[in-house]
Design a protein around this ligand. Structure first.
Ligand code: SF4
Ligand code: SF4
Length: 240
């Protein structure tokens, strides 16, 4: 029996989120409504509510399904995950029918529980761990110390040091594993269905050349990174 998580997004989708919550509860699934999960602080106790749910989870959020799933997995959800994007949901009846195929609801009365927290705007990479091969190129590339290689495995150690709006390392990953779910200019970087981010060899070569002379740093080198991001974006656009 799955639990439904409906992550609040913006005012635009509020009525749809509420209607879906009621429809799911009426159909017999317990519903947990949370703030926007991407913006939720790493230390928020709401993550404990999420990971305490039964093993099968349906997440409905204003994110593409792939980043939504990896966000949950990063925070410890280990069972089956079905992710739905509230922005593209069709008729609620169809959605409820799809959920029925994922797992049958119990026949008891269930309620909608909403948990609240004040959330700021965050910006950080979400890693698709099925694709990541732990090559470490992103960790080498990032000047802000967002990533670390620990025991040969890539970790997003300091997500909030990521530069807002910067998607540069996603263009370099050889396996399309780095997702910036809120990036609007390229659906592949945002992890949209059917889109795979493939590295642009020209961009990779240019980035390597620019960074070759640089020793790892512990403090942001904003001007250098800004210039590099502009250069990568310009190169990527020329390829489009
Ligand atoms: S560049 Fe891609 S594959 Fe390599 S460690 Fe980073 S995310 Fe993983
Ligand atoms: S987007 Fe930029 S700042 Fe953020 S992790 Fe990647 S390289 Fe570092």
């Amino acid at each position: 029996m799955p639990s439904i998580i409906i992550a609040r997004s913006s005012q635009e989708y509020r009525a749809r989120e509420d209607a879906l919550a009621v429809a799911c509860a009426q159909a017999g699934w317990p519903v947990l409504m949370t703030p926007h999960l991407y913006h939720l602080a790493e230390a928020s106790p709401i993550w404990q509510d999420v990971t305490a749910l039964p093993p099968s989870v349906v997440i409905v959020s204003a994110l593409h399904p792939r980043p939504a799933e990896w966000l949950l997995r990063k925070h410890g959800v280990a069972g089956m995950v079905l992710a739905e994007d509230i922005r593209t949901l069709d008729a609620l009846d169809d959605v409820v029918e799809r959920l029925r195929q994922f797992g049958h609801p119990p026949c008891a009365d269930v309620t909608v529980r909403e948990v609240h927290a004040s959330v700021g705007q965050r910006w950080y990479p979400v890693i698709d761990s099925e694709r990541c091969r732990h090559c470490g190129q992103c960790a080498q590339f990032c000047l802000f110390g967002v990533y670390a290689m620990i025991d040969g495995r890539l970790t997003v150690r300091q997500p909030d040091r990521c530069k807002p709006g910067c998607p540069a390392c996603s263009r370099l990953c050889p396996h399309g594993a780095i997702i910036f779910p809120l990036y609007q200019d390229d659906p592949a970087i945002a992890g949209a269905p059917g889109c795979v981010m493939t590295p642009d060899p020209q961009v990779v070569a240019r980035a390597r050349t620019r960074l070759q002379a640089k020793a790892p740093v512990s403090t942001p080198v904003t001007d250098e990174l800004d210039a590099l991001i502009d250069e990568l974006d310009a190169l990527a656009q020329r390829k489009d």
